[in-house]
Design a protein. Sequence first.
Length: 594
Amino acid sequence: MMQFESLANELLLDLFEFFDIYHLLHAFFGLNHHFNQLVYIHFRIHQLNFQSISKEHFDLVCQKYLPLIIDKITSIRLSNEETPNLPELLLTRGFTLDRFIHLQSLSLYKIHSLNTLIQITSQLQHLHYLTYFMMIYCSVSWWRDDAGFVLFKNICNIPNLTHCNLSSIQTISIRFSEILTVSSSIENLSMEKITCNLHALSNLFKCTPHLQRLCTTVDLSSVDEQLEFVIASIISLKLSFRGSFQSMNNVFQKMPNLCYLTIDTSGIYLNGYTWEQIIIHYLPKLKIFQLKMDFKFADYNNIHEQIDELLNSFRSEFWLVEHQWFVECHWNPSDFNRCITLYTLPYVFNTFNYSDEYHFKSTCIDKAIYCKYKCVRFFSYNNLENSWFNNFTPFFGCFPNIRHMDIELPLKNELYSYNLKLNQLISLNVKLRNSYDYYQLQTILDYAPRLYSLKVNAVHRFYTGLFQLRSKSIRRLDLIDTQVKNWYHLTIDDSAKLISSPLVLQCEVISVRMKNRRSVLNLIQNVSNIRSLIFQCEDDQQLYVETHNLELDPIYWLQNRLPSTYSITRNLEKTSIIQVWIDQKIKRQRMTIS
């Protein structure tokens, strides 16, 4: 240990990054003053991330270590996804957020309890170092009409908050007109999935007078909605816009200092000449222009000629010489929706939907410069059923940074022909049609060394191929499709095969639909590494939901058969889903005794 301690502090801190929260504290905290100080430095720089912690390690961290380091923590991430009820357990044990007095950044991920979110955000108003707040994939829309209002009011009360990210919150809207609290500190606000009309947006700007960067969605029902006043503070706008050209044009007129514009439109068709005039007349300070435009032509018969005409409007000196802004179009001739997508190059949006039937045309002569779609993190492949388009058009784009992929098998061409770099892929959602698709899926797994999560949706039922899949990296397996009501439930025989499959034996988080709740106990007992089980039971719907007999409630049933240290809750977003956070220490003890 003395030789290890003699290493440079910088090297020791680098080594600390390879440890999770518990193992770092267990190995080094309390050894001596030197290591304690290094642990303090580590948590001043790095996040206290509870997102994937086991129940056993969470309990130990709360009991032994958190009281001693709570005033050193600068960043926290809390989640309910793989750690059911963790935020509530943290609060009930006395670790309210206002005790983290040096907290600078807080991330809340997939927490669906409105009461918990309100409780947490109400504790932040005395944290004077807190400048970053993120609430990601939290679904609160169905609880109360004023849910967004209460949360946003609490957020505005954080005294020195500068960056606020409310991306992908599943709420219909926020009644900004009722919010009287003004935040004089917020400069960056992202609320990508929260829809506003222009009246609500005007009130938002009143609440945030120093706002400089905004990401939001505008969805208008009226063609003549307008912003009520000039917003001189905005220099960067990322906007998803659904409405009329007149209203969109009004937004640009009210932001004369805009320097960076990223806009995604639907249903608005503007050619290059019109965009050029908008930028020249209303956006004189614009430096960066990034466009994605989904639209339809009234006449789809002469599609190639119309696209050539559209692209020619983006070939003026303004586009190609003065700014060097290039655009590309893609469309699918066999798509009955007849949707056409135009976007600037390089492609800067994080999502890209691809089909073998796509045709591509561009104003860029040297596409090699712009063909790398480096910003794409979410890639989806659409295989239109019964649409075997033989004239496959090679696509020369490259996707080097894909983190999440949604794909429908079978692929119509070899995997390498899609220029997909899968070395950074961490989650894969795959739809299978028949037993042969598992061979292609295994090929994808072989090319994805960092894949953590695999979600499998089988159109009919799961075939034997599922139980033969192999991957050294996968730790989460999801066999639940919440979008389909009458999805396939695993039989007792299927469950036995699943438990003995190579993939499941190494999994830590499993999501599955079972016919019988007794299979749940078998899964918990026989999968040694499992720390979190997320499941639906067919007999839950048939017995408890129909009779409301408490003794038939699967939560009550499990609580009488599992240790009290297990956390067993219903998912508040999908109440038919039950989550079990497994205490692995107690599980090991029971297995030893038996």
